[in-house]
Design a protein around this ligand. Sequence first.
Ligand code: AMP
Ligand code: ZN
Length: 481
Amino acid sequence: MYLYNSATHKKAEFVTHIPGRVEMYTCGPTVYHFAHIGNLRSYIMEDVLEKFLRYEGYEVNRVMNITDVGHLASDADTGEDKMLKGAKRENKTVMEIAQFYTDAFFSDCDKLHIKRPDVIEPATSCIDEYIKIISALIEKGCAYVAGGNVYFDTSKLERYYIFNDHDEEDLAVGVREGVEEDVNKRNKNDFVLWFTKSKFEDQALKWDSPWGIGYPGWHIECTGISLKHNGEYLDLHCGGIDNAFPHHTNEIAQSESYLGHPWCPQWFHVHHLNTNSGKMSKSKGEFLTVSLLEEKGYDPLAYRFFCLQSHYRKSLVFSWENLDNAQGAYHKLLRRIAALNEEGAVDEAALAEYKTKFIQQVGNDLNTSMGITALYDVLKAPMDDATKRAVLGSFDSVLGLGLIERAAALREREAVQVQTGGAGGYTVTGEGDAEIDALVLKRYEAKKAKDFAEADRIRDELKAMGIEVTDRKDGASWRRV
Ligand code: AMP
Ligand code: ZN
């Protein structure tokens, strides 16, 4: 496949250290709050990337950390500890917070068809790895102790800050507001590897180390976890664009200084999901979650469809109207797939031909919108339905839109047509849900009594539940859209 590489600022053919095998690392969530749908955009795109590589025939070892210690409010080592902040907010212990939001994260991932990585490692379970790496960095003269903390010395590097083609705006996110000068740092970009002199007297998680009792900095965890599970040669590193600096820059600095050879040649960064009022941010506390989408009657997979419609290297604007459109298109697509016949034999030659074309299209810098277009091309193609279903199912092993299962469920639901009678011969035809039938009848009664405000209110309520009502002369039909 061809991938844009943030490290070289070019699109090039993706190659791996060991042919046929991908060592892949993804920066995982900081589990002090729910993931917002912006975070999840990054994980959706990374999930499609992993599935695409497997589709191409690679064996993939994907590793993800869970940040449950060490991430301060500013990515530049200042501000409050994010985990402590979460624990205080909810009056729980840091470990309770970490467990709760880790579970919540994976539950959101399940709803969005994001596959679990092969290895999931909480930062708190690899302390020995960090101590080993930090000790070696001090020995090599790449790190120093000052004011009780251990710092990485960026002046010893030949190159630093290699992702510098990003927008100032994106980079500014990395060094967020309220950055205080740390007088212990010898150089502006030096960063903490190990904190012993924490500003937080109440820091809950602490471990013994050669430099005193303390806890690791945020960046060292990804180096430690990746070296442990991916080995010394990483092929592909992923994250949201705000991770590029300083997080990934610092990961490269410490990993390469430790290893003494280049570490990861390919960097994949997903651009942000924004709202009209700006970037979605967990720390501001106001953000959209998968549960909120569900409460509002949206299918999480419609959100996945929405993300796949645009390219990962462009920022994406979220609005309810945009999501409505995506959900409408997704459901229409499901309807078309549901209408395909089930019988017949698959034309294997056609299936192989379509697969090759799909690999070319999506393999051009993970062009997911071309992947979606390919679905419509299949539906229009002069092929029998059995082959169409096979090709769509095959593409969906990359896109993860649940096309075949959802279409089958839709067919089943629509096969159940239940009639409920009302006054004056009025009948409600639907998918067999007494609660919805009752609401549709209630709307009819309100209309009959000329209480149009109430009738409209019920119609809106039904709409919010994802129910479309069509009035007939002698009644109404409803269906889930
Ligand atoms: P965090 O839980 O803050 O460590 O972030 C988890 C992942 O989400 C990281 O890869 C971030 O770079 C990414 N991310 C954060 N904000 C956004 C956003 N608005 N849109 C897309 N990805 C984001
Ligand atoms: Zn990381």
